[in-house]
Ligand binder design. Structure first.
Ligand code: FAD
Ligand code: SF4
Length: 495
C-alpha cells in the first residue's frame, strides 16, 4: 500500500477513449493510455486489504469471483504506486503469461470483487495491468526465455488460441520441445480472428508470438490436425498432445428463408473483416457498407459485429437480444463480490448512439422468419416481442401476440453463441465428449487428462466458450500436468 489514504483522496478514473465519431473512421484501438500521474493515483487507491477477493479466482455460490489466474494485484498496485515498474512486471509475469491480452480485453472480474467496490468504485486493476506490460516491452524487460537445458520430450499443441499459447509458453520454459499447430494463417485463435482490431491490435499478438518463437517454440500454421496431419503422425512424433481447439461451432437460427444470401455467422464476418486489414479494409467479401445490418444475439460477439459494421459505414445497425436490459445497480441476487451484471454502454453501442443517433440494442425481441427477395437476397426480418414470466415456478420466455414488426435488412449476422467444439478432430482422436459436446476430461475441473493416454485438453474445447483469462489459466494448469506426466515416464509415452 504505497499511500495510506489513496482510496479516500482519489476517485476512480477510467482510461480515456478516442472520440466515437473519429474512431469509427479507422480500426485502431479506441482506449488511450493513462498518464503517469493517473497511474500513481489510481494504483494508490488499492487498500491492500487484509483479505483481498480480487485475486482469488475462487468458486462462490456456483460462480467464480476474482481473477482466474490469481494475479498478485495488491502487490503490483503497491509497486506501481512506488513507480517500481520492473518489479511490478516480475510479479505480474509469475501468474499471467499474456497481460497485454487480458489488460485489453478481460472483463475484469477482479474489479467486481475489489473490496473498495462494496461502497465505492473499484480500483482500475485492468488498466494498470496493461500499463505494466506495455512498459515492460518499451523498456526491453520482457525476456526471451530460452531454457538452459532441454528435457528431450516433445509436445504437440493443437490450436494457437490463448489456451494453447499459455500451455506452450509454460512447457517451453520447463525445457520441453513444443510445436503449436494452427489451421489458420496466423497464430492467436480468437485473439487474432475473433476479437476485433479496435479492442486488440494484431501487432500486439505478433509481438508476443515473436518472443515465443525466439524462446524456441515452433509454430506450424495453415495446418489442420486430422486433415493435413493425422493423429498417428502426432503419436509417432510427440510424447504428448494437448487439444486446445476452441469451441467455435456456431449456433444457427433455422428459420424460414435462412438460405437467403446476406445471412452470415458472426465469426465469418469478423474473420473476413480482420483479414482484410492486412491489405485494404474494403477488401472484405462480406461488407456492411451502405447496408441495413441486423445482428441477432445480444452478447459480446454481437457487440463486436456492431462496432465492425459501423467502421464499414453501415446505413443502420440494430442488434436483437431476447433478454431485458440489465439493471443500473446490482440486484439482491447479484451481490458483491460476484461479477456485476449491470447495464453498460459498451464501445460499439456508444459509437452507434453517436454516429447513427440510436443505441443499436433492441431488447426482448425474437426473430420469427427471414424475407427473401426474387434474387435470393435477404430483404427483411419478422420479429415478435417477448417477455420473461414465471410458469409453474420456472422463469420462461413468452411471445407477446400482436407485437409483430418487420425490419428492413441487407446483411444479417448471427451471433447467438456456439454449440461447442467442432467434433471432427475430436472424433479423429477418439476423444470422449460430455453432454454439451465438450472434450471430456477426468473427474473434476482441474484434471486435464482425456480418455486417451497422453492426450490432454484445455481452454474452450474443454470448458465451453469462456474468456481469454480462463483459457490462460487452463493452459497454465494443463502444462503442469503434462510436465508431471512427461517427467514421470522415461520412455516415449503415446506410441
Ligand atoms: C467475437 C468474440 C469476441 C470475444 N471477445 C472476448 C473478449 O473481449 N474478452 C475475453 O476475455 N474473451 C473474449 N472472447 C472469448 C475468448 O476469445 C475465448 O474464450 C478464448 O479465445 C478461448 O481460447 P482457446 O485457446 O480455448 O480457443 P480459441 O481462441 O478458439 O483457439 C482455438 C484455435 O484452435 C484452432 N483449431 C481448431 N481446430 C484445429 C485443428 N484441427 N487443427 C489446427 N488448429 C485447430 C482454431 O483455428 C483456433 O485458432 C470472445 C470470443 C468471440 C467469439
Ligand atoms: S487478468 Fe482479468 S481478472 Fe485478472 S487482474 Fe487482469 S483484468 Fe483482472
Amino acid at each position: 500500500m504505497g499511500y495510506l489514504k489513496g482510496f479516500m483522496d482519489f476517485t476512480r478514473r477510467d482510461q480515456d477513449v478516442r472520440d466515437p465519431i473519429d474512431r469509427i473512421k479507422n480500426w485502431e484501438e479506441y482506449v488511450i493510455r493513462f498518464s503517469d500521474q493517473d497511474l500513481k493515483e489510481q494504483s494508490s487507491r488499492c487498500m491492500d486489504c487484509g483479505t483481498p477477493f480480487c485475486h482469488t479466482g475462487a468458486e462462490w455460490d456456483g460462480a467464480y469471483v476474482g481473477c482466474p489466474v490469481n494475479n498478485f494485484i495488491p502487490e503490483w498496485n503497491e509497486l506501481v504506486s512506488e513507480e517500481n515498474w520492473e518489479e511490478a512486471l516480475r510479479r505480474l509475469e509469475e501468474t499471467n503469461n499474456f497481460p497485454e491480452f487480458t489488460g485489453r480485453v478481460c472483463p475484469a472480474p477482479c474489479e467486481g470483487s475489489c473490496t473498495l467496490a462494496i461502497n465505492d468504485d473499484p480500483v482500475t486493476i485492468k488498466s494498470i495491468e496493461n500499463e505494466i506490460i506495455e512498459r515492460g516491452f518499451e523498456n526491453n524487460w520482457v525476456e526471451v526465455k530460452v531454457p538452459s537445458k532441454r528435457t528431450g520430450k516433445r509436445v504437440a499443441i493443437v490450436g494457437s488460441g490463448p489456451a494453447g499459447l499459455a500451455a506452450a509458453d509454460q512447457l517451453n520454459e520447463m525445457g520441453h520441445h513444443v510445436t503449436v499447430y494452427e489451421r489458420d494463417d496466423r497464430p492467436g485463435g480468437l485473439l487474432m480472428y475473433g476479437i476485433p482490431n479496435m479492442k486488440l491490435e494484431k501487432d500486439t499478438i505478433e509481438r508476443r508470438i515473436n518472443v515465443m518463437k525466439e524462446s524456441g517454440i515452433e509454430f506450424v500454421c495453415n495446418t489442420e490436425i486430422g486433415v493435413d496431419v493425422t493423429r498417428d503422425e502426432l503419436k509417432r512424433d510427440y510424447d504428448s498432445v494437448i487439444m486446445c481447439t476452441g469451441a467455435q461451432d456456431p449456433r444457427d437460427v433455422p428459420l424460414e428463408n435462412r438460405d437467403s444470401s446476406g445471412i452470415h455467422f458472426a465469426m465469418e464476418y469478423l474473420t473476413a473483416a480482420t483479414k482484410a486489414l492486412e491489405t485494404d479494409p474494403k477488401d472484405t467479401p462480406i461488407t456492411a457498407e451502405g447496408k441495413n445490418v441486423i445482428v441477432i444475439g445480444g452478447g459480446d460477439t454481437g457487440a463486436d459485429c456492431v462496432a465492425t459494421a459501423l467502421r464499414q459505414n453501415a446505413k443502420r445497425v440494430v442488434q436483437f437480444g431476447k433478454h431485458p436490459a440489465s439493471p443500473e445497480e446490482r440486484t439482491d441476487q447479484n451481490p458483491w463480490p460476484e461479477f456485476p451484471m449491470t447495464f453498460k454502454l459498451d464501445y460499439g453501442y456508444k459509437e452507434g448512439l453517436e454516429a447513427l443517433g440510436e443505441d443499436p440494442r433492441k431488447y426482448e425481441i425474437l426473430t420469427q422468419r427471414f424475407e427473401k427477395g426474387k434474387d435470393g437476397q435477404v430483404t427483411a426480418l419478422h420479429t415478435l416481442n417477448v417477455e420473461k414470466v414465471y410458469e409453474n415456478g420456472k422463469l420462461v420466455t413468452k411471445e407477446i401476440p400482436g407485437t409483430e414488426q418487420v425490419w428492413e435488412a441487407d446483411l444479417v449476422l448471427i451471433a447467438i453463441g456456439f454449440l461447442g467444439p467442432e467434433q471432427e478432430v475430436l472424433e479423429h482422436f477418439g476423444l470422449k465428449t460430455d453432454e454439451r459436446g465438450r472434450i471430456w476430461t477426468v473427474d473434476g475441473m482441474r484434471d486435464y487428462r482425456t480418455n486417451e493416454e497422453g492426450v490432454y485438453a484445455a481452454g474452450d474445447a474443454r470448458r465451453g466458450q469462456s474468456l481469454v483469462v480462463w483459457a490462460i489459466r487452463e493452459g497454465r494448469e494443463v502444462a503442469d500436468q503434462v510436465d508431471q506426466y512427461l517427467m514421470s515416464h522415461k520412455e516415449k509415452q503415446i506410441v
